[in-house]
Unconditional design. Structure first.
Length: 202
């Protein structure tokens, strides 16, 4: 029922915006990642605001922790073994694509894996596989300790009184620490900064 409602909403949007029918397979991996980036961020923002009203800068910091290249790369560590051959192919195409932009606050490896993740999200969205999209994002967030009743997940570490170091510790304990080690190592720029830390693809 929910998938049908989402499909109806997307169909109504396409009609209102006078969009042409385009085969998602015709899009390049970077175009898939372009739309996937926005789709994933909306999903994360919906989860963040579900906790109720709070200061927007705090909402931004909580969301940024999960949309950074390091977090997306870590999520792929939990997802790769669960992907179908077609999904894995989409991810690898995105990961291996050469982008004109460069990683600002993430390692090259994390940046490329994050691009692959976003390409996969974009492809699932454009092919209207909404149930599968939610399933994979949920699995990745569960791997980061953000779901299943975990109250000390990566996002929760950034509540008032938390610290950047504390946030890194939570990710390490949830299993994502190794994947994010490069971007949080002392002496390097930490991905958790107030000035849009996840602005690595603009």
């Amino acid at each position: 029922m929910e998938t049908s409602m989402t499909s109806d909403l997307l169909r109504a949007y396409k009609e209102a915006m006078e969009l042409d029918q385009v085969d998602p397979r015709s899009y390049s991996p970077l175009v898939l990642a372009y739309i996937g980036d926005s789709v994933y961020e909306v999903m994360i923002r919906m989860r963040v605001i579900n906790g109720g009203n709070t200061q927007v800068n705090k909402l931004h910091r909580r969301a940024s922790r999960l949309v950074c290249a390091g977090a997306q790369s870590a999520m792929m560590g939990f997802l790769e073994g669960e992907l179908t051959p077609e999904e894995l192919s989409v991810f690898k195409r995105g990961r291996n694509s050469h982008s004109a932009s460069s990683a600002k606050n993430a390692s090259i490896t994390d940046y490329r894996r994050a691009t692959g993740f976003e390409a996969l999200v974009g492809w699932l969205f454009l092919t209207e596989q909404f149930g599968r999209l939610v399933e994979l994002v949920s699995l990745g967030l569960r791997g980061l300790g953000e779901l299943s009743g975990n109250k000390t997940g990566a996002g929760e570490c950034l509540e008032e009184g938390g610290s950047e170091a504390g946030g890194g510790k939570c990710l390490e304990e949830s299993g994502a620490g190794k994947a994010m080690e490069e971007s949080s190592r002392p002496g390097k720029e930490n991905i958790i900064q107030e000035n849009d830390p996840c602005d690595t693809k603009n």
